[in-house]
Design a protein around this ligand. Structure first.
Ligand code: CP3
Length: 360
């Protein structure tokens, strides 16, 4: 494995624990014997054991308690037998660690104490400096504890892409069309660039900390990139995403890049430095594979809405997703977006069993 130079000898990709796992193999463009599957937001409100563990603890507080974050990360692996764990955290955690006044309101999402709107606001962030390894200790500790328990199951690290994070910083709370962020990038491109470059280094440091501590692959979430035209994405978002990924390039760790409503951006999202493209439910995988020129492993794309449909309907859909995914050089089955909180966990377990029974 060519990552031995940078990754510690004890890293699961180097010592062989996860290097032959179905997820790592499929991400590298192979067809392992077992078709791998995991779910975005698999750790979360659909699980009663999650709700019990979180009782009385705020979301960000939970993310910063290594034992708790580790326990929550492991819950869906134990229950569903998924092929990967995803570290329990949130895309705004590195912003909080860097000193941004951000919290996660239940049922709402990330909310800023004061939105970042002007050149002065951005200058204050930049002056606060980058995210240091000391500040990232709760993340490093949480990842290390988790990896020690996971054995041959890979842990996926993740981070938010600069555009999606900047959209929260500028809007101050979740928004549908990200109007203030899209205005800023055109009205004051210099300020926008400074903001997304700072954000890229903060989120990149978060990604790097997870890889150093034992993550076997990482996923960059640009959940709201779909609100951009291709031209705006290429000009105002892609450079910062590429910069965030430079924090982990050359380490031998697969980068998955995911967004929603991004059919028009799939090639651009790959070309910022991703190895695998995550596809939402709107684009059939055979179509995504065609758009990407048949050379990029894919992840996706069961429609989360169908998790609540009668089993025969869901089963037919999962079989269709798997069939269409056979066109791609590698396929890791996932949802097209996160697990809805109302999902019956038994349905997720059944999907895992179905996928594993279908064969590569
Ligand atoms: O996937 C996983 O299981 C790992 C953990 C994870 C969370 N958030 C936990 C979480 C990951 C990978 C994320 C990423 C994230 N966070 C994204 C990108 C993925 C996506 O869904 O598009 C975004 C946009 C956020 C911001 C965010 N955080 C939102 C929109 C919300 C939901 C608010 C709500 O209550 O509906 C959160 C909170 C959050 N992050 C929860 C979880 C489990 C729910 C908090 C709770 O249980 O109280």
């Amino acid at each position: 494995h060519n990552c031995a130079v940078i990754l510690p000898q004890s890293h699961p990709l180097v010592d062989g624990r996860t290097s032959g796992s179905p997820v790592v193999r499929a991400f590298s463009g192979h067809r392992p014997e077992r078709l791998p599957v995991w779910f975005m937001r698999q750790a979360g409100r659909s699980l009663p054991e999650y709700r019990a563990a979180r009782e009385g603890t705020g979301m960000l507080e939970a993310c910063l308690r290594p034992e708790l974050a580790s326990e929550i990360t492991l819950q869906p692996v134990r229950r569903h037998g998924v092929d990967a764990a995803i570290f329990f955290s949130d895309i705004v955690v590195p912003l909080r660690l860097a000193g941004v006044d951000v919290d996660i309101e239940p049922g709402v999402g990330p909310v800023l104490g004061a939105p970042v709107r002007t050149a002065d606001d951005v200058a204050r962030l930049v002056e606060a400096g980058p995210l240091t390894p000391e500040l990232l200790a709760p993340i490093t500790d949480g990842v290390a504890l988790t990896v020690a328990e996971l054995g041959t199951t890979p842990l996926l690290g993740f981070a938010g892409a600069p555009f999606t994070l900047a959209a929260y910083l500028v809007e101050g709370r979740p928004s549908r069309d990200h109007l203030a962020a899209r205005t800023l990038m055109h009205a004051d491109p210099k300020t926008w660039r400074a903001l997304t470059e700072w954000t890229a280094d903060v989120t990149g440091a978060f990604l790097r900390a997870q890889v150093d501590a034992g993550a076997s692959a990482v996923q960059l979430f640009d959940s709201w990139a779909g609100s951009l035209s291709r031209a705006d994405y290429v000009r105002h978002a892609a450079p910062a995403s590429a910069r965030a990924l430079t924090h982990v390039t050359g380490m031998g760790v697969t980068v998955v890049h995911f967004g929603t409503g991004t059919e028009h951006l799939l090639t651009a999202m790959r070309d910022v430095g991703a190895d695998v493209v995550g596809v939402d439910h709107r684009t059939p995988l055979d179509e995504a594979n065609r758009l990407l020129g048949g050379r990029t492993p894919l992840q996706g794309n069961i429609d989360p809405a169908l998790l609540a449909a009668p089993w025969p309907v869901l089963e037919a859909h999962v079989r269709d997703v798997v069939e269409r995914g056979r066109a791609a050089p590698g396929h890791v089955v996932n949802l097209g977006h996160g697990v809805p909180p109302t999902t019956d966990p038994a349905v997720l377990t059944r999907v895992v069993e179905l996928v594993h029974g279908l064969g590569a």
